[in-house]
Design a protein around this ligand. Structure first.
Ligand SMILES: Cc1cc2nc3c(=O)[nH]c(=O)nc-3n(C[C@H](O)[C@H](O)[C@H](O)COP(=O)(O)O)c2cc1C
Length: 187
């Protein structure tokens, strides 16, 4: 049986975190789960909806999904309701198309500590690696932190990622980077 330790290796794994507000509204955002030894946590900005939902409900779902467009959209906009699936009451929703997900109980301290509750592997694929997927993720994370870069450094980095995506990427990767540039108004 696949365990959380098999899935989340030491370091930071980028996932789509899904949560639900106390009023029942689902939310998704990319976040990095840090594993140190057998401890799992997220360094979460307190001004995010994800942080608010986790503080209110105490749970999140970490979704593993290979569609780069979901990373771009959920980083900046609300994912339409059709992307989510509620399995049970009182449990955060997951993404409908996720290849697998882990439900975590959360404790909000200086970081958000994660205790695994359940793991589901819905689909397995061979680890064929395409640099474009990583480039979309990198460009998206730079996009969420543009205010911390000096001058055009952030935008330049996104353009470098874009060149790689155009060289190696699938149509979905190219659509994702175009969407990112459109959201950030990079022309
Ligand atoms: C790949 C990736 C990883 C990210 N990791 C984190 C993280 O670990 N913690 C965090 O607070 N924000 C992280 N972000 C930024 C959030 O996704 C972003 O602030 C988002 O708008 C939060 O959405 P929300 O308000 O719906 O929760 C990450 C963004 C990307 C693209």
């Amino acid at each position: 049986m696949t365990t959380v330790d098999d899935i989340l290796k030491e370091g930071i794994t980028e996932v789509i975190v899904t949560t639900v507000s106390k009023d029942g509204v689902p939310n998704a955002a990319p976040m990095g789960i840090v594993r140190k030894g057998n401890m799992y946590f997220i360094r979460m900005y307190s001004d995010t909806a994800t942080f608010r939902n986790v503080s209110d409900t105490g749970f999140l779902a970490a979704n593993f999904i290979s569609d780069p467009r979901v990373y771009v959209i959920s980083a900046f906009q609300d994912l339409p309701p059709g992307y989510f699936r509620f399995e049970e009451n009182r449990v955060p929703p997951r993404l409908k198309d996720a290849a697998g997900w882990i439900i975590f109980k959360c404790q909000v301290k200086d970081v958000v500590s994660l205790e695994p509750v359940s793991v589901k592997v819905a689909r397995c694929t061979l680890p064929a690696f395409n640099r474009a997927f990583a480039a979309v993720i990198e460009a998206t994370i730079v996009g969420t932190r543009l205010r911390f870069y000096r001058g055009s450094e952030g935008i330049d980095k996104i353009r470098e990622c874009e060149a790689l995506v155009r060289k190696c990427g699938s149509p979905e990767d190219i659509e994702a980077i175009k969407k990112l540039k459109q959201i950030l108004e990079i022309f």
